[in-house]
Design a protein around this ligand. Structure first.
Ligand code: SF4
Ligand code: F3S
Ligand code: FES
Length: 248
């Protein structure tokens, strides 16, 4: 059964913009991206929106629906009251290009900084061997679709533009953890993660985990273990105190 959905959509570009009101005909079973596409097809032909798969797998359609970072293609209209006005805005943490499309190149710059894996020497027979349990540990992290919703929600950069230089963000802490947990990797990137990538600035608010459409336990399975790895003699306040009073 169809109904008329009231929508407010942010329209504008880097020089500014505003919320525009629309009423769009929608059908049962549709998602926010369907409503945006119908709006584009019938009333706002110049509305800019990025999308690709419409299946929650390409990570392109990230935006904020009623202020919450979400994939538009995976946000069902049935989650909202039909009488409610749905507000769709671009991701707040990244600069707007136009309408719902943001410039996410901050993330690509952070990706370039991740020190690559260094697998060390091969076994005598030229092969590399790993335990299956060790392989499986990083599998969860490989589910990342690079939607950057976790980057968008993290208050360290969402509310503080000037932190971007020194902070890689949860998606890349995931990558640091994945590489560090690789059973054959011999590269020690702990100091880099802590000092250059800003791991120490994360204060474990877990908002990143809450918005991840892949359900990756970013904080518990990647960030906290990575923080434990860097908490060596230099960073652990208890060890530091022990050194000071001569008990370690
Ligand atoms: Fe998106 Fe989750 Fe990957 Fe972050 S970790 S970019 S929220 S899929
Ligand atoms: Fe940000 Fe996630 Fe840490 S939201 S503060 S990276 S736990
Ligand atoms: Fe690909 Fe939404 S269109 S994740």
């Amino acid at each position: 059964m169809g109904y008329n959905l009231k929508m407010r959509v942010w329209r504008g570009d880097e020089s500014g913009g505003e919320l525009a009101d629309y009423t769009v005909e929608v059908s049962e079973g549709e998602v926010v991206l369907d409503a945006i596409h119908r709006l584009q097809a019938t009333q706002a032909g110049d509305l800019a929106v990025r999308w690709n798969c419409k299946a929650g797998k390409c990570g392109s359609c990230s935006a904020e629906v009623n202020g919450r970072p979400r994939l538009m293609c995976m946000t069902r209209l049935s989650d909202f009251d039909p009488a409610e006005t749905i507000t769709v805005t671009p991701m707040r943490t990244f600069p707007v290009i136009r309408d719902l499309v943001t410039d996410v190149s901050y993330n690509f710059e952070k990706a370039k900084q991740v020190p690559a894996a260094d697998l060390g020497p091969r076994d005598a027979d030229g092969k590399r061997r790993m335990m299956q349990a060790d392989v499986q540990r990083g599998q969860e992290f490989r589910k990342c679709i690079e939607c950057f919703l976790c980057q968008d929600v993290c208050h360290v950069v969402r509310d503080h533009e000037d932190n971007k230089q020194a902070y890689a963000g949860p998606r890349f802490f995931l990558r640091y953890a994945e590489l560090d947990m690789h059973p054959l990797d011999i590269h020690d990137r702990r100091a880099f993660a802590q000092e250059t990538a800003g791991l120490g600035m994360c204060n474990i608010t877990k908002c990143c985990t809450e918005v991840c459409p892949e359900g990756i336990h970013i904080t518990d399975n990647a960030i906290i273990p990575m923080k434990e790895r860097v908490a060596d003699r230099k960073y652990d306040p208890l060890v530091w105190l022990g050194n000071k009073i001569g008990i370690r």
